[in-house]
Design a protein around this ligand. Structure first.
Ligand code: SAH
Length: 349
């Protein structure tokens, strides 16, 4: 069987893995052993609890599905590490490992490319390739754990792609990652970031996987938001906030709003006032992020004092806000930047 046609084991949950193992005439309890070893990054060959014959049978029909690390960039300023992965079909995705006082957190990609077309984002400049499978999202975490010999405790789905545009795969990933048979990471330690695909926020609220919902807002006025985020034309702010309120109501979790400050575009007192008005009845927190420069966008970050002023306006109105600490500035750690630079180099050769 060709490698591409083989089952990728990491895409299977334990029930599916049991069925697969049975189809190879192995006892069902082997599935748990196999899963345990895949989750620490072992390849089929290394699963020595299986007989050599069983390993051969498994290898005939399946591959582990852990993505290949193509490039690693370690920051000299902090402990941030950026990874570029090559998937089985050559598609590239990236993820970022960050060290906080509470432990390791990883920012994973959910798609190879993005269809959302946000004007300020590095992922918009590169064509969309495809959705990532559950195992390809999970595989990023496993590969990083193994490479650094660590145990990642927090996950943010904030890398390349729009997770709620890849809904079924993201839900399966979340189920495996939070399961005691999987990585056993609590939903409370996972953040999912969306540009605002409203129907899928409602669906997520009902999944009983109460992850922190992070909404990329960036502008409190419909017309202006639509200009930088085309998704707003489909799902305008009233609908988005209704979905957020429902998320809070059902999950009991407060929502986080991401607000990338762009000089002269969304950083005025008028914007802060409207933002505060819009958020006043919502249990939430605002993360202010000075926009990262992406070649070709023309967007610049406001200076430090303008950022503090904006934060001050929000706090005056009782809205909690933090200015996001920047990690890995020297290694293109922000969303999509490394992949973009590698793909651009490749296409220029
Ligand atoms: N599609 C999802 C997740 C990926 S983007 C979403 O939109 O939330 C992750 C975050 O980075 C989003 O908040 C996005 O708006 C933000 N972002 C993208 N490009 C940026 C840039 N150049 N500077 C600052 N933040 C950016």
């Amino acid at each position: 069987m060709g490698e591409d046609a083989k089952i990728r084991l990491l895409d299977l949950d334990l029930t599916e893995l049991k069925a697969f193992v049975r189809s190879l005439n192995m006892p069902e309890y082997r599935a748990g052993q196999i899963m345990g070893r895949l989750l620490i990054g072992d390849d089929i060959e290394n699963i020595t609890t299986l007989s050599k014959a069983d390993r051969e049978r498994l290898k005939e029909a399946a591959v582990s599905g852990i993505p290949e690390i193509m490039l690693v960039r370690e920051s000299k300023l902090d402990e941030t590490v950026k990874f570029l992965f090559k998937l089985y079909d050559g598609v590239l995705v990236e993820c970022v490992l960050m060290k906080y006082n509470y432990g390791y957190s990883v920012c994973v990609s959910s798609q190879a490319g993005c269809r959302m077309g946000c004007k300020f984002c590095a992922s918009s400049g590169i064509a969309f390739s495809r959705d990532l499978t559950p195992g390809e999202i999970l595989g990023q975490i496993i590969a990083v754990n193994k490479f650094k010999n660590i145990r990642i405790g927090h996950i943010v789905i904030m890398g390349i792609g729009e997770p709620l545009d890849n809904y079924d795969n993201i839900i399966k990933f979340l189920k495996i990652v939070t399961s005691p048979d999987g990585l056993n990471i609590s939903a409370r330690k996972i953040s999912l970031s969306t540009c605002g695909i409203v129907p899928n926020i409602f669906r997520l609220a009902g999944e009983n996987i109460p992850v922190t919902l992070s909404v990329s807002l960036h502008n409190p006025f419909d017309e202006e938001r639509s200009e930088i985020m085309p998704v707003n034309k489909r799902f305008p702010l009233d609908e988005l906030f209704a979905a957020c309120r429902e998320y809070v109501k059902i999950t009991g979790r407060r929502v986080t709003f991401e607000y990338s400050l762009i000089a002269g575009v969304n950083d005025s007192r008028r914007h802060a006032g409207e933002l505060a008005r819009r958020l006043s009845h919502l249990q939430c927190h605002v993360n202010l992020i000075p926009v990262n420069k992406v070649t070709g966008t023309g967007f610049e970050r406001p200076d430090r004092s303008a950022i503090e002023r904006f934060k001050g306006y929000l706090e005056e109105k009782g809205i909690e806000a933090t200015v996001r600490r920047e990690l890995g500035r020297d290694i293109s750690a922000a969303c999509g930047q490394l992949r973009k630079s590698v793909i651009t180099e490749e296409t220029q050769q």
